[in-house]
Design a protein around this ligand. Structure first.
Ligand code: ZN
Ligand code: ZN
Ligand code: ZN
Ligand code: ZN
Length: 649
């Protein structure tokens, strides 16, 4: 009954068998606790962004002001991939299943049960676990075990369970069989926070463990350069410049990748490296010793080898400076202190979009760990394949079809790197604001906070929405009052307009309302489109409707629909849809969104409900908020123009 091994799919493990969760070990009819995960360290991910996402999640729990969640940064996090789950017997109270016996055996450690052989010491009948545990919203979990008899001669030696009223565990209690002394019942005070008396829960109850995590698209940064990139504003501006087409020459002619363009200059890199080396040395020999060395005039630089191989010149600075002149983000204008957050969100959005639609710009052969780069196929590229058109002549009208729903370009993307991650757990209740988020214990006892990740390749359809159609629609809706209209014939000007007017900071926390009117209009429009298309996509590509997720990119603007199944991947579905089903997909979507079975109520109230636009929680990125069918088909007595009307095409 010691540690046991099980084999399960990783995605399933991530959600259901996190450290400190309970599970049934079916073969032996036992309940066990996941005592630890064996893991490997992971480095090929956009760690900065994931750490920020975790910090955002953590901020909605009750203990957001406590360690390790307060001021969590990428330096506090250790990313690991689980490869083996180790479980041990739990809870640790057993009783004899013989009704006339009910002798109790309770131990402190699972290994203490080895000698009992699963048999009652009294009558040799089978021992059975007490199938209840105590959980508290502070994150604590306790076995229900008896107290010793007050007579020291009896101690734990004669404890029995009184289960008189079998259907009412609340009445169950332990007693000493020698003297009848009461030895505890089915509740006790929380041993961790000492705040409350905690009552039993069946071990199979959901409330015993809530895994906390998320899924996101996370493209790997070229590992050769990742340490040299200056993140924050500089990285965001490189990507904005790339998006606006300002870097086309450098990327195409000089064959530079975005990572190369984002690298620090030699001086900056050396300074940063030295700073880190001094920190490392302090850790090794103590801060005082290092200060002394510096004071006594030892040239600290001699101690380290300062690398020579960094890029020379200041391409990055020129690009950044130029872009700084060109693009002012909404958070910059408002004096918003969270402008760093905007750079980070935008970097993630643009990097994902650029690589997913253009592919990796560098030489893939020269890199390792690059097999996770997405490989796109554009609709235009597909239509250039003559043998494809021969066998799928209807595909010729795909661009026209997509124009009906104002989609200007489309791609199907292979190897879209999805990242499942879990950063902790809660117990007792589902509400974040009423529970303490528990970090996982570090698998190697280190100081950092482990975050478990699973990277899986997926596939997606990327839809870039017609920018000028959005502008025309916003204008007709009256949403552009006081906002400058871009030149709708100039694609670069249009792109800039979205960067300058969509406030990504408003979209960070998908649970609070979007206050900026223009951002809300654009997001609601794209989000409604996304749901309308998601709801009909599953039927066309053979994926379960919960297996498709969305990533709405309002700054681009684009919609990602990706296969997100955590159970069994059925890859290929998105390809089938893209290559052979766009026709019926668009037709069905347009037809479906016209009405709802709850009309006229749905139409006159929110324009979205579970019968028309809502998706399950796992599929939607923002808990079904900011959705409105009328944005697509028109409504509210003419006040909302229809985006999917041919007038904007
Ligand atoms: Zn017995
Ligand atoms: Zn407690
Ligand atoms: Zn409805
Ligand atoms: Zn959604």
């Amino acid at each position: 009954m010691a540690d046991s091994e099980m084999k399960r799919g990783l995605a399933q493990v991530m959600y259901r068998f996190g450290p400190e969760s309970l599970f049934d070990y079916g073969r032996r009819g036992l309940s066990m606790k996941v005592s630890r995960w064996e893991t490997n360290k992971i480095s090929s991910l956009d760690a900065n962004y994931v750490a920020e996402q975790i910090a955002t999640h953590a901020s909605s729990f009750r203990n957001d002001d406590e360690d390790p969640w307060v001021d969590l940064t990428v330096d506090d996090v250790d990313f690991r991939r689980p490869n083996r789950v180790v479980g041990s017997l739990y809870p640790l109270t057993m009783y004899c299943q013989n009704r006339s016996c009910h002798r109790v055996v309770s131990k402190k450690e699972p290994s203490h049960f080895v000698y009992t052989n699963g048999e009652c010491p009294e009558c040799s009948d089978e021992l059975r676990q007490l199938a209840f545990v105590l959980v508290h919203d502070c994150g604590n979990m306790m076995s229900i075990n008896p107290q010793p008899c007050s007579n020291p001669d009896h101690g734990y030696d004669h404890i029995y369970l009184n289960k008189q009223n079998i259907n009412d565990p609340l009445s169950w209690h332990f007693y000493c069989g020698e003297c009848g002394d009461f030895c505890g019942n089915m509740s006790k005070r929380c041993t961790k926070c000492h705040k409350e008396r905690v009552y039993f829960r069946p071990i199979a109850s959901n409330s015993v463990y809530y895994s906390q995590g998320d899924v996101l698209v996370n493209l790997p940064i070229d590992q050769r350069y990742s340490d040299d990139i200056e993140y924050g504003e500089s990285w965001a501006r490189i990507l904005m410049a790339a998006h606006l087409g300002d870097l086309d020459d450098v990327v195409e002619e000089e064959g530079k990748t975005y990572e190369e363009l984002g690298r620090m200059t030699t001086d900056e890199r050396d300074a940063k490296r030295r700073e880190k080396q001094i920190e490392d040395l302090k850790e090794e020999v103590g801060a005082e010793q290092v200060e002394k060395m510096i004071e006594s005039g030892v040239d600290i630089e001699d101690v380290f080898d300062v690398a020579e191989d960094t890029i020379k010149g200041s391409t990055r600075e020129e690009v950044v400076e130029e872009n700084r002149e060109r693009v002012k983000l909404p958070s910059q204008r408002g004096g918003d202190s969270d402008v760093d957050q905007a750079y980070s969100t935008l970097s993630h959005e643009l990097f994902t979009y650029l690589r997913s639609t253009q592919g990796y710009e560098g030489n893939l052969d020269a890199t390792d760990g690059m097999e996770r780069q997405p490989t796109p196929l554009s609709l235009d590229g597909l239509l250039e394949q003559e043998d494809f058109l021969e066998s799928n002549p209807e595909a010729e009208v795909y661009p026209e079809k997509l124009q009906k729903v104002n989609i200007a370009s489309a791609w199907v993307v292979d190897n879209l790197p999805l990242l499942n991650y879990t950063f902790g757990f809660t117990r007792d209740r589902p509400e974040r604001s009423r529970t303490d988020l528990q970090p996982f214990p570090h698998p190697r006892g280190e100081d950092s906070t482990p975050v478990y990740v699973d990277q899986t390749p997926s596939e997606a359809i990327v839809l870039q929405v017609d920018r000028s159609a959005i502008i025309e629609w916003l204008d007709e809706k009256g949403a552009l009052r006081g906002v400058e209209r871009p030149d709708t014939d100039d694609e670069s000007d249009l792109k800039e307009w979205f960067l300058e007017n969509v406030d990504t900071n408003e979209l960070r926390d998908h649970y609070s309302p979007i206050e900026d009117d223009l951002t809300r209009e654009v997001y609601t429009l794209l989000h409604s489109m996304s749901h309308a298309l998601m709801r009909t996509a599953s039927g066309q590509c053979g994926l379960d409707s919960n297996s498709i997720s969305e990533y709405v990119m309002p700054s681009v603007p684009a919609i990602f629909l990706y296969a997100s199944s955590t159970e069994h991947f059925s890859l290929g579905g998105m390809h089938t849809l893209f290559k052979t089903r766009i026709h019926p997909w668009v037709d069905e979507t347009i037809a479906d969104v016209q009405q709802c079975v709850y009309d006229p109520v749905c139409e006159h109230e929110d324009g979205a409900c579970h019968a028309c636009l809502h998706m399950s929680e796992v599929a939607c990125e923002s808990a079904n908020g900011n959705l409105d069918r009328r944005y697509l088909v028109g409504g509210d007595r003419g006040r909302i123009p229809a985006f999917w009307e041919s007038g904007y095409v």
